[in-house]
Ligand binder design. Structure first.
Ligand code: TYD
Length: 139
């Protein structure tokens, strides 16, 4: 996991079904579009626009993050390189594998971030200290 780079972080398009009678859109996530089995689902909402979320990396957890409503930015960092990705389409999710530091900010009013996760919650799977994360990536 420590060799993972930001190249392993990918936008995945979620199939979208546009209603022929103009009744809106429907997107569906089936197991074939994400490369892990889902063991947990959680979501962030009521996030003030000046808040930061994330600020951690995972040892084993893989995640797929979807801006169900509104938009926010995700900064991803592998210890060598980083980049910012704007998520603002409910049919485009971000696959963040283990071994990648992430920070989220610039949440729009009313935005909702849905996260599909490959493992149940485990605090010992987190790197919450950036320097410890860098040490791990050097090994
Ligand atoms: P955290 O993962 O740090 O949130 P974020 O990355 O969005 O800033 O989690 C925030 C708090 O919620 C932390 O105390 C752990 C707890 N938590 C759970 O109990 N279960 C979960 O599935 C998640 C994701 C977090």
């Amino acid at each position: 996991m420590n060799e993972r780079s930001i190249e392993n972080v990918k936008i995945i398009s979620i199939p979208k079904i546009v209603d022929e009678k103009g009744r809106g859109k429907l997107s569906v996530i089936e197991k074939s579009i994400i490369p892990f089995e889902i063991k947990r689902v959680y979501y962030l909402y009521d996030v003030p626009s000046d808040s930061f979320r994330g600020g951690h990396a995972h040892k084993n957890l893989n995640q797929f993050m979807i801006p169900l409503s509104g938009s926010f930015e995700v900064k991803i960092d592998d210890g060598h390189n980083n980049k910012k990705i704007m998520l603002n389409k409910p049919n485009q999710g971000l696959l963040i594998p283990s071994g990648i530091w992430r920070e989220m900010d610039n949440f729009s009013a009313g935005s909702v971030c849905l996260v599909l996760a490959s493992e149940v919650f485990d605090e010992s799977d987190y790197f919450r200290d950036y320097n410890s994360f860098l040490e791990y990536k050097k090994k």
